[in-house]
Design a protein around this ligand. Structure first.
Ligand SMILES: *[C@@H]1O[C@H](CO)[C@@H](O)[C@H](O)[C@H]1NC(C)=O
Ligand SMILES: *[C@@H]1O[C@H](CO)[C@@H](O)[C@H](O)[C@H]1NC(C)=O
Length: 343
């Protein structure tokens, strides 16, 4: 998957070099498939973040779209034009924008990002995805590695979803979403928002996916060989599949336990004990209606995971806040949990 996607991104970089389209960086594999506990089996979904950089002559500036949110997690990306005339190294295809009055700028619209992938002055996530989808369609079959798979582009506005089938009819999925790195940290502002209905196409939402992958890599470097911690996460996800418990909640619980239980305890012999711990911890969280976000307001996060300053300074963020506001939902969740546990 990484080679295939790498090839696509390279081709895209080449094709759009010396243009005003965003510059795509090396994609980063995230989520369960890359962390090693994929619950999907054969129909695996491989998610990758494709980091974006502003093209030549442009700058991306972040503006909070939900003021007061701490830490800010939803942003608009304002695209600013830097005049290329002031520097001597004028790039051929890019005319000078800033020196021109509005009228003349409009004539140049097709030459700058503002006229192509933006809504107003803001980078539009849906337009960016659409642009890349068109590129993938055009490039598929032309690029060597793509020959082996039949491509079906699945409808999606916030990410580019590809269903690939090989000659034997085996299918897998690749989902690419674009992300702007927030202040050189492991937080990326992504085209794929958590609550799609609440945001507009110009909203880019903070994702901890890269920080999470790094956390699991950090753990992998320390656990003894043959550790069962990923199997624990996999099995618990399977147990809770089809229930109201999201795998992100479960992952937060396991991440917490991984840092509080000695790593030698995640061996095969103690497998059942750890499964029990995970379920107990989840039950406790439900009863107390509290499970804090792992990366927010947490001074103990390993230093190799780089977080924006605002994350360390914020108040804890309760992932189960909706249960505090809705006692009936809490009762239902507990009931459902007990039912699964007794099965
Ligand atoms: C745009 O201009 C600013 C200030 O002049 C500079 O710091 C920045 O690097 C420039 N960005 C691009 C993409 O050219
Ligand atoms: C904060 O990080 C530490 C170390 O990684 C971990 O033990 C702890 O559970 C985290 N806190 C929360 C609220 O998740």
């Amino acid at each position: 998957v990484e080679e295939l996607v790498g090839e696509l991104i390279h081709a895209c970089q080449d094709f759009f070099s010396v243009t005003v389209f965003p510059v795509l960086q090396t994609p980063i594999g995230v989520g369960s498939a890359f962390e090693g506990w994929s619950p999907h089996g054969d129909n695996a979904v491989y998610r990758l973040v494709v980091p974006l950089q502003a093209p030549y002559g442009h700058a991306f500036n972040l503006e909070e779209s939900t003021p007061g949110e701490k830490p800010a997690r939803n942003f608009w990306i304002r695209v600013q034009l830097n005049c290329s005339c002031v520097t001597e190294e004028l790039v051929e295809n890019i005319p000078c924008f800033l020196d021109h009055p509005e009228v003349e700028m409009r004539q140049h619209e097709s030459f700058h990002l503002l006229g192509i992938l933006c809504t107003g002055s803001y980078l539009d996530a849906h337009k960016t995805v659409h642009w890349f989808q068109n590129f993938v369609r055009a490039a598929w079959g032309v690029l060597p590695k793509t020959h082996r798979y039949h491509l079906k582009m699945l409808p999606s506005t916030g990410s580019c979803k590809l269903q690939l089938t090989d000659a034997l009819g085996r299918a897998f999925f690749i989902e690419l979403f674009f992300g702007l790195q927030q202040h050189d940290s492991d937080i990326f502002l992504c085209s794929c928002s958590r609550k799609a209905t609440l945001t507009t196409s110009t909203t880019w939402s903070a994702s901890c996916a890269v920080a999470e992958v790094k956390f699991f890599q950090h753990i992998a470097r320390q656990v003894p060989r043959g550790s069962y911690h990923l199997k624990c996460l996999h099995v618990c996800t399977k147990i809770l599949e089809g229930t109201g418990f999201s795998s992100s909640i479960l992952k937060a619980v396991v991440m917490h336990l991984l840092t509080t239980t000695p790593l030698s305890g995640w061996c095969r012999r103690d497998f059942q004990l750890r499964l029990g711990d995970i379920m107990c911890c989840l039950q406790c969280c439900l009863e107390e209606k509290c499970l804090n976000h792992f990366f927010i307001a947490n001074d103990s996060v390993p230093r190799e995971i780089s977080l924006p300053f605002s994350y360390r300074m914020a108040e804890p963020l309760n992932l189960l806040q909706h249960l505090v506001q809705d006692p009936a939902a809490q009762a239902r969740a507990l009931c459902e949990f007990v039912e699964i546990y007794n099965r």
